[in-house]
Structures are given as structure tokens and as C-alpha cells.
Design a binder for this molecule. Structure first.
Ligand code: IVH
Length: 661
């Protein structure tokens, strides 16, 4: 095939792959495959410079650096939105909107309000020709070269292109990538970034586009500027059409509603789901769908009457640290706790926040008496982000970690290089209480509140989880806030808890770094607690999702005679679970599977469980001992290795057929 044809074919393949990945959420090739084709195209363009074209995916690696950004005037000003902070403010806006629409509630569209940085992108005859920041709304900075590096943003639109299309959207830094980047920076001792929004804005304003290209920025289009050569009648329709042209739009996040109650329900849904998203969301934007009606409703000075940003309760506030105390967790970890002047945060009143570890107290430079920023992310315990140093008076005091455990007085152990000090005394009442509380809750005994566990430990009635099963009704009923009835309920709950599952049992032990999902993996893999107790670190690392640190913690837990005795006594007390549904001599007996890439008909965990049920084993890494590698879209290095070793590679479909055969 000649070079010109091949280049055209490669461009089409790569552009289509990005479209499928970013717009359709339906990847068609792995990262490795994409890279391979990309490099081939790069080579071709190098050897045949005449083949270079402005819409080639290779343009996404970044143009040469600049000295400064030019400014551009937006054809249509980029306005802001009016904010509703309280429910009542939304109600007021809603009523006004209905009135402006002539008294009948119009159709609204509701979208997440992405907490990114606003940009405009201009396509002329389908070709991306310019991109800018919002700036002051009238004039922004020309960041065309940087925007072009965003993989999700097509350099040429698909299909018949309008003469001019100005689109507006939000550029964001995916939360996971942001956290990963910060972890890596911290590990190298470098300065970390404050939040994904500032990082996205900063990345877009790099003078060297190659730096922008190296970061995983994403974009979502949520509006239009000037448009020539195409007409849209409404917002949702326009977003769907733009998606067909290859643009990543908010069409897939959009919901419709007419009544206030419908819109309220959508707001609630986004609020509760905000932590599961790839981007940060600080509210929803409610917009009138119909463009003609929008025109009739018109604008205020800086914002349209047809839309509003209905914000979520803030998750960051400033308050004062009145004192610092130290709490001891179930693993003995000593954590500084900031006692705060109470403050409303994300819908609840917060009066304590953790400082995660003492190193952070020093790093964040937080003192007693400081005004600090506190943050709450979802269900997570509130944390102190940092001190507002401009509010210092000089009366603030430094905080020092105690040398002795504040609960049992044992000298604290703080090995070099460890982030946190620990109380080494496993009989420390704080650890015993924490472990018991965890145990009872992991086995579904919610009646064991903190106050009860505290009394059981303090009165010496219970020293470990196995002791719980020897409690008698009388002394139990005599505890504070108890009585015959509550005591009986607790004993019933204990009795019921004996009928459990292996994964719950493993999780309830409270092994460090072993959460619910790891416990499930261990249960699936070993199917038996005796086996788990005697495995080597190597065998543990063979479990998918179990890494070296987790394996070491598990090993260390079961090396302690006290812990082995505890397991034994729990079994003697009657804890039991169904034997795994594993068929001895099942059709996968002795076969090792490794899963890589995405699966569509079942989760990877389900697949691994099926393998286990049929007598096989799922492993995390590919080796000569692997029998089957099941590879889906976006499979990574494991697939490459499997091919190198000449192993049998199955698609998901073939795997499912094998299960059924
Ligand atoms: S529509 C007239 N939709 O929020 C302005 N904006 O506070 C129409 N934003 O500048 C904007 N998500 O950058 C719209 N789904 C969304 C949005 C959104 C985030 C940003 C946008 C705007 C700012 C206003």
C-alpha cells in the first residue's frame, strides 16, 4: 500500500478510536494498540513530510513553545450563571422562569456543573482553528495549541461540517489521575497541586504545549457560541448533534424535567453520586431546553435568565482549631485530631477533623488556635487541608505528638520512614475496642455501639472477639444503657452472626490493609481459612489485586500465635460458613487464568469467582504457568506478555463459551 493511503487509513483508525473512547465510552482498541498505530503514523509523516496535515492525530503531541499567549475576543461574550445556594433560591428562580415562559412550566434540561475551567473551541468548515480561555468573558487567551493536545477533542469534525461552529465547555483533570499525580510528586518530595480544577487551568496555560500534552486533560462540551451553516432548535438536540460530529458533549449526563420536584430529584441524584464521578461536580446547571424560549427570556447583566447553577453545599469551609488531641485506632495508629469550632460542611456540622498523620501537621504547618480550611469528601471523615496563615495573631501554639500512647501509656514506636507512630501494645484498650467494634460491625451486629464495646473492654468482660461468644445475659444486662431486652437482642445477634461467609469472617478479623474487597478476593482464592493462615507471601501475591504490602500484612497477622489462637477459638465458638461452591475435579481443575482489559458481560470479579467455582485459579500476573489469558479492550502489558510466551489468549466471548461448554 502506498504511504499516502496508509497515512489516511491510520488517521481514520486513530480518530475513530478516540471517538469511541471519549464520546461513545466504548473503546475499540487497547492503549498499546493505539500507541503502535500512532507511532507508525508519526514515522510515515516524518519520512513523507508532504503527508502532514493539520487534522492528523499526531498534531496532538504539542506544537513548539511560545513566549506568551495572544488574546482573542469572543464573538459572543461568555457569560456566567446566576447561583442558587439554597433550595429556596432555586424555587424562586424556578417560579420566575415559569412566569417568563408565559405561566406554563417549560421543559428543562439538567446537567452536572463540572468544576473545571471554561474554554471555547472554534471549528471552521469542520477544522479546529482556534481555542481560548474564558478570560473576562469578552476577551480570553489564545490557547489553541494546548487545546489541540486534548485527546478527546477532535481536530476535524465528522460528517458534513457547518461553516462555523463555536462550542463551549469545561476542561477538567480526572480526579483519579490527579490523585495519582500528586502521590507520585509527593513520593519524589516535590510540590503537590491544590485541586484538580487549578491543575487543569494551569495545565492549559503552559507555554509549552508538550507539557500540556503530557497530562491527561479531558473536556466536556455544554454550550454554543456563534454558529453558521447549521440550526439547532433546542439544547439537548444540539448536544446530540455535536456528539454525532465527534465532540465529547454532556449529552450522556443530561436529564430532562418540567416540575420543580422532578428537577429536585435530579439534583439529589447528582449530589449523592458526586463521589463516584471521574470529574468534580459542584452543583447542577438547570437550563431551558427550547432556544426560541431562551431568546424570549433574555439576559440580566452578566447571566442568562434561562439558566441557573444550583450549587451543592460546600465541602470546604474555614474554621478555627480550638485544640488538638490524639486518637488511637484499631491498628494502634496514633492520629492527631483537630477539635474545631463547629462549622456546617456538606450538609452536616463538623467539630472534629483528622490531620491524617503527624507528618502532615508539620507539612501543613498547622498550629493550635489556627484558622484552617476543612474539607469533607463524601462519607469520608473531614480533614484539615491547611492553615490560613494570614489570620495568625501570634498566639497560636505548636502541637507535639506524645511519646507515650495516650490510652495505655506504652512508649510509642515510630520507626524511621514510617508516616505514623503506633502504640505497639496489642492489648491497648483502644486497639481492643477498635478491633471489637470493627468485628461486630463486619459481621452485621450493629447493636454493638461504641459505648457498649467500651464498657465491655473497660470492665474486663471481653479481651478479644472470641470472648464475645461467651457473654452471659446477666452481666450484659447490668451495663449502662442496657437492660434485659437489649442484652437479649445482643445475644441473639451474636448467635446469628455465627452463620456467616468466609469473606465476612476474613474481613472481620481486621487485618491491616485488608478491606471488604480484598477479603472477598482471599475467600474466593483460598476457599478455606486454614489454607489462608499457612500461605506464603508468594502464594498471596498470586491473588489478583493483592500486592506485596498487603501480602506482608496478611502474613504478619497470621504469624502471631495470638491471632492464630483467636481464629481457632472463633471456630470453636461455632462460627461457620458454607463450603465454597467449588467442584473438586471441576472442568478448570488446576487451570490458571489471568484477566486483563475490560469486560462487558460480567465484572472481572464475577469472572474470577466462576473460575474458582469450577476448580480453577485466577492469578494476577502472567507467567509460563498461566493456562489462559482472557483479554478485553484496553488490555495492557499482560496481553503483550502472554503473546510473547505464546499462551492461549481468549476473548471475553470465548471465555463465556468455555464456561458454558
Ligand atoms: S452552561 C451562560 N453548563 O459554570 C453560561 N456551564 O458559573 C452558560 N459550567 O462559565 C453556561 N458545567 O464554565 C454550563 N453543564 C454546564 C456547566 C457549566 C460547568 C461552568 C461554565 C460557566 C460556569 C458558570
Amino acid at each position: 500500500m502506498d504511504a499516502k493511503k496508509r497515512a489516511a487509513e491510520l488517521r481514520e483508525k486513530l480518530t475513530d478510536a478516540s471517538y469511541r473512547y471519549y464520546v461513545l465510552d466504548d473503546p475499540s482498541m487497547s492503549d498499546a494498540q493505539y500507541d503502535r498505530l500512532f507511532r507508525e503514523l508519526q514515522e510515515l509523516e516524518k519520512v513523507h513530510p508532504e503527508l502532514a496535515s493539520p487534522d492528523s492525530p499526531t498534531q496532538k503531541i504539542g506544537a513548539p513553545p511560545r513566549d506568551a499567549f495572544r488574546t482573542v475576543r469572543h464573538t459572543v461574550p461568555m457569560l456566567s450563571l446566576e447561583n442558587a445556594m439554597e433550595d429556596s433560591e432555586f424555587t424562586e428562580w424556578y417560579q420566575r422562569a415559569v412566569e417568563a415562559a408565559g405561566g406554563k412550566a417549560p421543559e428543562f434540561v439538567v446537567e452536572p456543573k463540572m468544576d473545571g475551567t471554561a474554554v471555547e473551541v472554534v471549528y471552521r468548515d469542520g477544522l479546529l482553528v482556534s481555542g481560548s480561555t474564558r478570560g473576562d468573558g469578552e476577551v480570553g487567551e489564545d490557547i489553541t495549541d494546548n487545546l489541540k493536545t486534548i485527546r478527546a477533542l477532535p481536530l476535524r469534525l465528522k460528517g458534513k461540517a457547518p461553516e462555523r461552529l463555536e462550542v463551549r465547555g469545561e476542561v477538567y483533570f480526572p480526579v483519579k489521575d490527579f490523585e495519582k499525580m500528586n502521590e507520585e510528586l509527593a513520593a519524589r518530595g516535590e510540590k503537590t497541586f491544590a485541586n484538580p480544577r487549578n491543575t487543569a487551568a494551569g495545565t492549559l496555560r503552559q507555554l509549552d504545549p508538550k507539557l500540556t500534552a503530557a497530562r491527561p486533560l479531558r473536556i466536556v462540551i455544554h454550550g454554543l457560541g456563534e454558529v453558521k451553516g447549521i440550526r439547532f432548535a433546542a439544547h439537548e438536540e444540539s448536544m446530540k448533534r455535536l456528539a454525532e460530529m465527534g465532540l465529547p458533549t454532556c449529552a450522556k449526563h443530561l436529564a430532562r424535567g418540567t416540575t420543580e420536584e422532578e428537577i429536585r430529584a435530579i439534583h439529589r441524584k447528582w449530589l449523592t453520586g458526586r463521589d463516584k464521578l471521574a470529574f468534580e461536580v459542584d452543583g447542577v446547571v438547570v437550563k431551558v431546553d427550547d432556544f426560541r424560549l431562551r431568546e424570549e427570556m433574555g439576559f440580566r447583566t452578566r447571566s442568562p435568565r434561562w439558566a441557573i447553577a444550583w450549587k451543592f453545599p460546600p465541602r470546604e469551609e474555614v474554621t478555627q482549631i480550638v485544640d488538638m488531641t490524639v486518637s488511637v485506632g484499631r491498628t494502634g495508629a496514633l492520629t492527631p485530631v483537630a477539635e474545631l469550632k463547629p462549622v456546617a460542611l456538606g450538609g452536616v456540622t463538623v467539630s472534629r477533623a483528622t490531620l491524617n498523620n503527624p507528618g502532615l501537621v508539620v507539612k501543613k504547618g498547622v498550629k493550635i488556635g489556627d484558622w484552617v480550611t476543612v474539607r469533607r469528601a463524601g462519607d469520608v471523615i473531614p480533614e484539615v487541608v491547611g492553615a490560613v496563615t494570614s489570620r495568625r495573631t501570634g498566639k497560636e501554639r505548636d502541637f507535639e505528638m506524645p511519646k507515650k500512647c495516650p490510652v495505655c501509656g506504652t512508649a510509642v514506636s515510630w520507626p524511621e520512614g514510617e508516616a505514623i507512630p503506633r502504640c505497639p501494645n496489642i492489648s491497648c484498650p483502644a486497639q481492643v475496642k477498635g478491633t471489637l467494634f470493627h468485628f461486630t460491625h463486619a459481621l452485621g451486629m450493629d447493636g454493638f455501639g461504641e459505648k457498649i464495646v467500651e464498657q465491655l473492654v473497660e470492665k474486663g468482660m471481653v479481651k478479644d472477639a472470641a470472648d464475645l461468644y461467651h457473654l452471659e445475659i446477666k452481666p450484659l444486662a447490668e451495663l449502662d444503657r442496657m437492660g434485659e431486652k437489649s442484652a437479649k437482642n445482643l445475644l441473639d445477634a451474636l448467635e446469628q452472626s455465627k452463620d456467616t461467609t468466609l469473606e465476612k469472617f476474613i474481613g472481620a478479623l481486621g487485618i491491616r490493609l485488608v478491606g471488604e474487597s480484598t477479603a472477598r478476593d482471599l475467600a474466593n482464592h483460598f476457599g478455606d481459612v486454614a489454607l489462608l493462615m499457612d500461605t506464603t507471601v508468594d502464594q498471596l501475591e498470586d491473588v489478583p489485586e493483592v500486592g506485596a504490602r498487603v501480602a506482608a500484612e496478611i502474613r504478619s497477622y497470621f504469624s502471631a500465635p495470638a491471632n492464630r489462637r483467636l481464629v481457632q477459638r472463633l471456630l470453636e465458638a461455632g462460627l461457620h460458613w458454607p463450603k465454597p461452591k467449588r467442584t473438586e475435579g471441576g472442568k478448570f481443575q488446576g487451570k490458571k487464568f489471568v484477566f486483563t482489559g475490560e469486560m462487558t458481560t460480567m465484572s472481572r470479579r464475577e469472572a474470577e469467582q466462576k473460575v474458582a467455582e469450577l476448580g480453577g485459579k485466577a492469578a494476577s500476573s502472567v507467567s509460563k504457568a498461566t493456562d489462559f489469558v482472557v483479554a478485553g479492550p484496553n488490555a495492557g502489558s499482560k496481553l503483550d506478555k502472554a503473546k510473547q510466551l505464546g499462551l492461549k489468549v481468549l476473548s471475553e466471548k470465548e471465555f463465556v463459551e468455555l464456561l458454558r461448554s
